[in-house]
Structures are given as structure tokens and as C-alpha cells.
Design a protein around this ligand. Sequence first.
Ligand SMILES: NC(=O)c1ccc[n+]([C@@H]2O[C@H](COP(=O)([O-])OP(=O)(O)OC[C@H]3O[C@@H](n4cnc5c(N)ncnc54)[C@H](OP(=O)(O)O)[C@@H]3O)[C@@H](O)[C@H]2O)c1
Length: 263
Amino acid sequence: MAVKRVLITGASKGIGREVAKYLAAQAHYQVIGTGRNVDRIRDKIEGVRYVNLDLCNESSIYACIKEVGDIDVLINNAGMAQIGSVEEVSMDKLKQIFEANFFGSVRLMKALGKEMRLRRDGHIINITSLVDKISVPYLSGYTASKTALAGFTQAYRMELMEFGVKVCTISPADVKTEMRADLILPENSVYEKKVLKMEAGMYKNMEAAPGPIIIAKLIEKILKTKKPKPVYNVGNMVGPIMFLKRTLSDKALEKLLKMIYGI
Ligand SMILES: NC(=O)c1ccc[n+]([C@@H]2O[C@H](COP(=O)([O-])OP(=O)(O)OC[C@H]3O[C@@H](n4cnc5c(N)ncnc54)[C@H](OP(=O)(O)O)[C@@H]3O)[C@@H](O)[C@H]2O)c1
């Protein structure tokens, strides 16, 4: 089996780390993982090459692209979250989350996807979130940036299809990681109670969720599949959630979501 060069963003911890570890353990993958400051990664995985990448910094992205060279598999995993009300999250903060969760990945896709098209081979896997199907209050920037990435991925998939490049989205529900959202909550905020409830609910759900190995195994399965699906919904309670999304009206779904988070 030919060796595939995999670039996975955000491999310093959480899902990205687990995917890097899982693929690096197999002889036919050469894994390059990124972090914003790879010198600070304490528990590096043997066999993984680490490269600095800050998705909010254009020159860091282009330096990373230059450094990694040809890539067969691009996994856009790195991401950040913010919790706060629309009124209280500044435009700068919203732009930051779009750089990290959307534009940064787009820059990588434009550069590395073109090379894949020329070689008529390659995989691009973008990790969004189930919020790309169900909007979540106080996570508006996160919801919007992940929804943008999901839409972009679907369109790009169809553009690259005829060139043999396979593009798909993994849309996870909760996964147990240490991911923590940037809490944006000014003093005396009228939204304080609900934002904090939402934050606590989110971490409680993550704590009860399966670990990131489910994403690693799914990625391996996708890489071995001749015709990957456009979207893979995965993670805690994803079956019932998708069933409710299909069967409930938007209004009923909204009520249910507010009830679940007690907001
Ligand atoms: N965990 C969940 O429940 C869940 C659910 C749905 C979707 N997701 C998505 O899955 C992905 C991974 O989540 P996770 O739970 O593994 O999160 P995590 O443990 O917080 O890891 C996030 C990774 O992204 C990197 N990162 C963050 N901001 C970055 C930036 N501006 N530029 C470059 N790298 C950056 C971090 O690297 P450094 O901090 O080392 O730079 C880290 O390696 C994210 O896109 C997340 O939205 C997670």
C-alpha cells in the first residue's frame, strides 16, 4: 500500500491528537500534525512530525503550506469556540472565530486542494460540528463559522469530484475532550445566567460523551472507502438528534433545545 502523507490541523490535543496517534500507528500513513506552538506540546506522539500553524495568521498558514509540501490527506480539525451573547461578542471576536474555524481551513484547501487536483488524487476531511444543523444560542459565532465550513465543503466536494479528489465533512456531536470555549461575559450582563447555564450544560454533555477515538476510527474508514459520503454525523446521541431534526418542526426543535439546556 502506498504511503499517504496526512496533514492534520490542531493535533496538539483532543480529537486531532487522537487521530494523529491512530494514523501514525499504521505504516501506510506519514502524519504531520499542527499546533500554534509545537515546542510547547509535551506529550508528542512518536512518528508524528509537528509543524507550527496559527489559522488566524495568514503568514503562518503559508509558511506551514510551504513546509509540509505535497499532502495526500488534509484533515481540517483545528478549531475554537466562544460562548457569549450576540450583543456582547465583539466584531473582532467574531472575525477571530471565522479566521480559526473557516478562513484558515479555506486557505489550506485552496493551496493543498489545487495540488491534489493536479495529481488527480487526495482527500480533504473537514471537521465541523452538529451545530451546522442545529443552531445553538450563545454559540452564534461558533455555529455560524461551522455552518459556513459545512456549506463550503459540500460545494467544493462537487467541484473536485471529477478530478478524483474526495472531500467530505465530519459533523460531530459531543466528544469528550478538554476543549474550552472562550467565555465572553461582561460584568452585570443581562445574559449572565443563561450563558453560564449553557456553558455548564455544554461541558457536562462533553464529559458524558465518547472519546475522540470514534473520530479517528471514522477517518480511517473514510480513507479506505472508495466513495465517501458527503457528510458523516457522529458522536453522542447523533441518531436520536438527527431523527428529531428530521421529524420535528423548527419551532419544536427550538423549544426542545432550550429545554435541554434549561435556558
Ligand atoms: N469536542 C467536541 O465535543 C466537539 C464537537 C463537535 C466538533 N468539534 C470540533 O472538533 C475540532 C477539535 O475539537 P477538540 O475537542 O479536539 O478541541 P481541543 O481539544 O480544544 O483542540 C483544538 C485544537 O485546535 C488547535 N487550535 C485552536 N485554535 C487554533 C488556531 N487559531 N490556529 C491553529 N490551531 C488552533 C489547538 O491547538 P493549540 O491550542 O495547541 O494551538 C488544538 O490542537 C474542533 O474544530 C471542534 O470545533 C469538537
